[in-house]
Design a protein around this ligand. Structure first.
Ligand code: FAD
Ligand code: UDP
Length: 401
């Protein structure tokens, strides 16, 4: 068997970036084991049967404030200038004043994150403006406020705004996504989508935003295209690795180099302390014979429907097709059970689950060569840029940079 210096488990951003950097910076011979039939992890994209570029595991929009991450990825892709904008779509009730985007079917839309413009859509131009000024006066030093913080405000008018936003943006969507109310989940989760004390209606405010011009998968192809890197697809690491008494065995022989694991830690350790809870998603793709299905890349269904959101890929990718054809995806969230075909997408972060994770981590720590990296392995809600940043930092550590 060929000799490898480093073993990487998983070919998503965590695994691919680490493998690429160790091969390029330090000449390490790296074996990457990936259980799926493709590289890219959840950022994988491909053409569907209609020729539309889709994201197989849900919509991925790149955004970061980390210059190092942006520069690193820019070696592997050009960027399409793109700023993500999302609207909430909900049944109209008699509280709303002026629909931002007119609907004829008794529905109502406003931009999310809820901002000063959304306030005018909901309460009318004059009243919305007055309430907006009140909000600005209440939080003079802040550009945004989380829904949970806003709900603590005792001023009756601000409390009424908070209740409006809670009811029309957060509570039903969060119940669909997590099966729990906003106040029951990790506060950092709803804080990802704050109430904006400005008219900025972009979903993200990061300094660097965009979509990879040719898609995500070519980035992974380029990163992993190196003579020192071998990728074994459809290979579950659990079938080739053994962890015993602080030693790691690959195909039955002791492996001395670093092992970077980017999958779910509970499954790696045979669920010995029980399952770490995750949410999974069902993606339902639909293709239509029209140029566009909806006005925005993503529309959040914040009150009704069983899915949380619909994303239309052509808005993200800028793909122009000769045919009038477009593909959308609807996301349905449910608990992850480990059934075959299910993917653990979101760690359910809370005190109890963190304690369970810590037990697995303590097991992993018995293997000094084992490094846990990534959204699954670290049981965290990381965006792509955070993972790329962490992978670069691990490569620094392992190469002594
Ligand atoms: P993954 O991409 O999950 O890669 C892990 C890889 O390890 C997988 O390929 C898996 O098959 C493999 N693996 C696991 N176990 C084993 C094993 N035992 N043996 C072999 N291989 C194994 N981030 C953004 O920045 N912007 C977005 O818009 C965005 N949208 C998202 C939308 C959705 C629906 C989801 C779920 C996530 C989104 N993210 C987004 C987050 C992004 O997907 C992650 O940050 C990123 O994919 C994490 O990379 P990773 O390498 O840690 O994990
Ligand atoms: N959220 C919500 N309504 C929305 C958008 C987000 O309640 O219209 C809440 C919900 O709890 C969600 C969280 O904010 O899980 C984070 O949203 P984000 O869009 O960042 O989720 P992701 O894209 O990671 O699924």
């Amino acid at each position: 068997m060929e000799h490898y210096d480093v073993l990487v488990i998983g070919a998503g951003f965590a695994g691919a970036v680490t493998a690429g950097e160790l091969a390029r910076r330090a000449g390490k011979r790296v074996l990457v084991l990936e259980k799926r039939g493709h590289i890219g992890g959840n950022a994988y994209d491909c053409l569907d049967e209609h020729g539309v570029l889709i994201h197989q595991y849900g919509p991925h929009i790149f955004h970061t404030n980390d210059r190092r991450v942006f520069d690193y990825l820019s070696q592997y892709t050009k960027w399409r200038r793109y700023q993500h904008r999302v609207i909430a779509d909900l049944p109209r009730d008699n509280t709303e004043a002026v629909p931002a985007h007119k609907h004829t079917d008794g529905r109502f839309c406003f931009p999310v994150p809820f901002n000063l413009g959304s306030l005018e859509n909901a309460f009318g131009a004059k009243e919305g403006k007055r309430l907006g000024e009140k909000l600005l006066a209440a939080y003079p030093a802040q550009s945004q406020v989380t829904i949970l913080e806003l709900r603590q405000n005792e001023d009756p008018e601000i409390a009424a705004i908070a209740e409006y936003v809670y009811e029309h943006v957060f509570v039903h969507y969060t119940m669909k996504q997590w099966g729990q109310r906003p106040e029951e989940i990790d506060p950092a989760t709803t804080a990802r989508v704050p109430v904006r004390l400005s008219r900025d209606d972009r979903y993200f405010q990061d300094a660097y935003q965009g979509m990879p011009l040719e898609g995500y998968t070519p980035i992974f192809e380029k990163i992993l295209d190196h003579p020192n890197i071998t990728v074994a697809l459809e290979t579950d690491a659990r079938d080739r690795l053994e962890l015993r008494d602080g030693k790691i065995l690959l195909d039955g022989a002791g492996f001395d180099g670093p092992v970077i694991f980017t999958g779910a830690l509970d499954e790696f350790f045979g669920l010995r302390f029980g399952r770490l809870p995750y949410r999974t998603l069902d993606f339902r793709f639909e293709t239509y014979d029209k140029q566009f299905f909806q006005t925005h890349a993503t529309v959040n269904y914040t009150v009704d429907e069983e899915f949380t959101r619909i994303t239309e890929f052509k808005h993200l990718t800028g793909q122009r097709l000769e045919d009038r054809v477009t593909t959308i995806v609807k996301e349905y969230s449910k608990p992850y059970t480990g059934a075959s075909g299910e993917v653990p997408y979101y760690a359910i972060i809370n005190g109890e689950n963190n304690v369970l994770y810590a037990k697995y981590k303590a097991e992993a720590d018995k293997y000094p060569a084992l490094h846990l990296l990534g959204r699954l392995a670290e049981y965290k809600y990381y965006n792509m840029d955070a993972i790329v940043g962490r992978a670069l930092a691990l490569a620094d550590q392992l190469t002594g940079a």
